[in-house]
Design a protein around this ligand. Structure first.
Ligand code: PLP
Length: 369
């Protein structure tokens, strides 16, 4: 029988995720599978937890990788924190803010969405006005909006919530590992991320952290968490010293996350952020040198997700197809109102290196008329 796996090629992953995986993370995946309650595996779990706390700049005891991709992290945050009728304010300017609205709405939250143009950041004055219509039990925002390449002012929104009981929920799927995330300093109560963006691990886990305020809201629920698999009141009994079986942990994926976190901490988070910034600056200079224009204004650009306008008269999809077929490079297209209008070029984690930027720019030059 023909083995399809033999046909897998090395593709330079420069889209909106997954990103390139470092060799030692692949090696981690291939280590022998241990039992999910094996004493040696438990030491790896403890180390993952403390590395995550370090990278998130938090002391939160409830810090765990959820089984599932970034969206499972989103779902876990809302499903554990929302009770029917809770007023929830979602600040949205792209696909992932919209997804939050959908998730919170399905749980019976009274969702108020404050929408901003795609490609522009969340506006603080409008946010401040919207907050006056509260109190909201949850305010949610995406830190790095991967659909548009915009960095939202997460720290500033957090300071607006100082002195309130409001739970501040932040999507750090694309930001974690690529730009600073300071969970405690920014007053974030609930945060989720994903492995396949700037952590450069294959997709499959969603780091999550809850502050004491979020944990207290979870513990004070009147009704059970309506989703058994993502119920943090059960999952924490596996991740804390009780070690009570809930579901079989994805052991080898956790090895991979361990190695990915170890690599970021060994390089040093600040050095990793600088590497993202430098790759981004080289990419933007190259794109602008070719006469292309960026979608997002300079102060709000993400280093790990670059959105550039597709010039008039050029079929953006055929450019992406040729990059993939002739140059073995993957980039992303636009979503929603930006479909057909932009390319999304990822410089996430292990992808964020000068040699990749140069290879991509040369390929694009060859493909564009
Ligand atoms: C990728 C992404 C998600 C969803 O993660 P999946 O791993 O695709 O489920 C959520 N939020 C943001 C900002 C993302 O970039």
């Amino acid at each position: 029988m023909k083995n399809l796996l033999d046909g897998i090629e090395e593709i330079l992953l420069m889209g909106p995720g997954p990103s390139c995986v470092p060799p030692t993370v692949y090696e981690a995946l291939a280590k022998p599978t241990l039992g999910h309650l094996d004493p040696y595996f438990l030491t790896i779990m403890d180390s993952i937890k403390s590395m995550l706390q370090g990278l998130l700049n938090t002391k939160n005891a409830l810090t765990v990788p959820m089984s599932g991709t970034g969206s499972a992290g989103m779902e876990a945050c809302f499903v554990n924190l929302v009770e029917p009728g809770d007023p929830v304010l979602i600040l949205t300017n792209g696909v992932f803010g919209r997804r939050m609205q959908d998730v919170a709405g399905r749980l019976g939250a009274r969702v108020e969405a404050l929408e901003f143009d795609w490609g522009k950041p969340v506006d603080l004055d409008q946010t401040s006005d919207a907050l006056k219509k509260g109190p909201f039990s949850i305010v949610a925002v995406v830190h790095a909006e991967t659909s548009t390449g915009v960095r939202n002012p997460v720290a500033e929104i957090g300071s607006m919530l100082a002195g309130t009981d409001t739970i501040y929920l932040v999507d750090a799927v694309t930001s974690l590992g690529g730009i600073e995330v300071r969970m405690d300093d920014w007053r974030i109560d609930a945060l989720y991320s994903g492995t396949q963006k700037c952590l450069s691990c294959p997709p499959g886990l969603a780091p999550l952290s809850f502050s004491e305020r979020a944990t207290a809201k979870l513990n004070a629920r009147k009704s059970k968490v309506p989703n058994w698999y993502l119920d943090l009141s059960l999952i924490t009994n596996y991740w804390n010293q009780n070690r009570v079986y809930h579901h079989t942990a994805p052991v080898n994926m956790l090895y991979a996350l361990y190695e990915a976190l170890r690599l970021v901490l060994e390089e040093g988070p600040q050095a990793a952020f600088a590497r993202h910034r430098e790759a981004h600056e080289a990419l933007v200079a190259g794109l602008e040198g070719m006469g292309l224009s960026m979608l997002v204004e300079k102060p709000f650009r993400l280093p790990m997700l670059n959105t550039v306008r597709c010039p008039d008269g050029i079929d953006e999809l055929s450019v992406r197809r040729r990059l993939r077929q002739e140059f073995k490079i993957e980039i992303g297209g636009g979503l929603g109102p930006l479909a057909g209008k932009i390319w999304r070029i990822g410089l996430m984690g292990h992808t964020a290196r000068r040699e990749n930027v140069d290879r991509f720019l040369q390929a694009l030059q060859a493909v564009l008329p």
